[in-house]
Design a protein around this ligand. Structure first.
Ligand SMILES: Nc1nc2c(c(=O)[nH]1)N[C@H]1C(S)=C(S)[C@@H](COP(=O)(O)OP(=O)(O)OC[C@H]3O[C@@H](n4cnc5c(N)ncnc54)[C@H](O)[C@@H]3O)O[C@H]1N2
Ligand code: MOO
Length: 401
């Protein structure tokens, strides 16, 4: 049985995937969304030379000539500029954020002035231009400050607001329908029968979808019979899912019906069975406009395949092009034996040694049903097919989790 290399499968899955449509969303709803077009400022910020401190707007020339006392001729709070002109020997009471009045060019902070009526005595002379923010210090009208690929977070949203955008263009969230399969499965919180277990993959994959910027859609659990499975699949298609993820039923057992049922529904198969561990029975195809990803049932296989395949697929739909590999180099913390033909993703702890170097130590047990072990893992050590035995202390690529 030939198995497809991981890189080939990933390329087949991602190549030619076009980003989804753009929608305009209010800033309040845009946290975590992926920007779909460059965003230029509609303003210069600050739009005028502004005071950075509370104090007095003065003339640098007066200070240089050694004047010690100035007359206060008006006031400029933030939002209310002083409309007159500051002449020699004069100053204006000013507050942080207010426009520096015409004629003035320097701020004397109030701690360094003593006021008496409309006179101030300079206690400590400011440097010329002190505490004045020139117009455009932050950015200028027309400047492109945010560009895709970019996920909008708190800093970007504050900046978009300062640029005077109330709405931003973002890619529509990919809708990911998730369907678990198996007579043995019940939802978390239910009472399992004696031969049943709790369906766990759904919760993990849905969270991963959200982390990637997608919208998970729960299609529930289908029994292992073709009609029920087909009905669930049709519900996913009717909901206009961009991606249909099936969980389990992807292997070769008599009750692994997913591929047959999807085939009957008209799926074009792109690939099935990958040279990787965990995750060998991974399957992909498309049903009309809906991309289909069949993840293996074993929980760790499901989540690792989600990370390696579903995540880049969602990224491509959100305009991120080819997602980077994301591996780092780490020192191996224990010996590894030689690898077979499947690319291995070995669950490992990840720690920093006293020199700040990452150390990845593989766990002894690697069964693909062990979720507790996965949650303890800091990284997956990536072992290419047929990799030679490796001694502790050598350098290996790791995928931090
Ligand atoms: N004769 C062979 N048997 C198997 C092969 C093979 O090549 N030849 N491949 C094995 C590998 S590798 C994997 S991975 C599994 C995956 O098979 P399926 O995708 O068909 O998954 P199921 O058989 O439905 O389930 C496997 C296992 O995972 C549990 N499961 C399923 N769904 C969930 C869920 N949503 N939440 C939690 N646990 C789930 C299920 O109860 C089984 O224990 O096949 C091997 N067999
Ligand atoms: O691929 Mo399976 O995921 O080895 O358990």
């Amino acid at each position: 049985m030939s198995l497809m290399p991981v890189e080939d499968a990933l390329a087949r899955l991602i190549d030619g995937v076009q980003p989804l449509e753009t929608e305009l969303v209010a800033l309040e709803a845009a946290n975590g969304r992926w920007l779909s077009a460059p965003l230029a400022s509609t303003r210069t910020q600050p739009p005028f030379a502004a005071s950075a401190m509370d104090g007095y707007a003065v003339r640098a020339g007066d200070i240089a000539s050694g004047i010690a006392v100035l007359t206060v001729i008006g006031e400029a709070p933030a939002g209310h500029g002083f409309s007159g002109h500051v002449g020699p020997g004069q100053s204006v009471r000013i507050f942080t954020g207010a426009p520096v009045p015409d004629g003035a060019d320097t701020i004397l902070i109030q701690e360094n002035a003593e006021r008496s009526g409309d006179q101030i005595t300079i206690l400590e002379a400011p440097k010329a231009g002190a505490f004045v923010r020139p117009a455009g210090l932050d950015f200028s009208d027309g400047e492109v400050l945010l560009e895709p690929p970019l996920r909008l977070g708190y800093r970007e949203l504050a900046l978009a607001a300062a640029m005077n955008h109330a709405v931003v263009p973002v890619y529509r969230k990919p809708k990911v329908a998730i369907l678990a399969t198996g007579d043995e499965l019940v939802r978390p919180g239910a009472n399992p029968g004696p031969d049943q277990i709790i369906a766990s993959n759904h919760a993990g994959i849905a969270a991963l979808v959200e982390d990637c910027g997608g919208l998970p859609l729960d299609l529930g659990i289908s029994k292992d019979d073709p009609e029920t499975l087909a009905a669930h699949v049709r519900r996913g298609l009717a909901a206009d899912a961009d991606i249909l993820v099936t969980l389990g039923g992807a292997s070769v057992g008599d009750h692994d019906l997913v591929q047959d049922v999807l085939g009957n529904e008209g799926m074009d198969l792109a690939f099935w069975r990958i040279a990787m561990r965990p995750g060998k029975p991974l399957m992909a195809g498309h049903l009309g406009k809906t991309k289909v990803l069949g993840l293996p049932g074993n929980p760790v296989s499901s989540l690792v395949c989600g990370l390696l395949f579903l995540k880049p697929l969602i990224a491509a739909l959100l305009g991120q092009g080819k997602a980077a590999g994301g591996t780092k180099q780490a020192t191996l913390g224990a010996d590894l034996k030689e690898n077979d033909r499947r690319q291995d993703y070995i669950r490992a702890s990840l720690e920093e040694d006293d020199k700040g170097q990452l150390v990845a130590t593989p766990f002894a047990k690697q069964d693909s049903s062990m979720l507790a072990l996965l949650s303890k893992s800091g990284a997956l050590i990536v072992r290419p097919p047929h990799a030679q035995a490796e001694k502790a202390g050598s350098t290996v690529p790791v995928l931090p989790l």
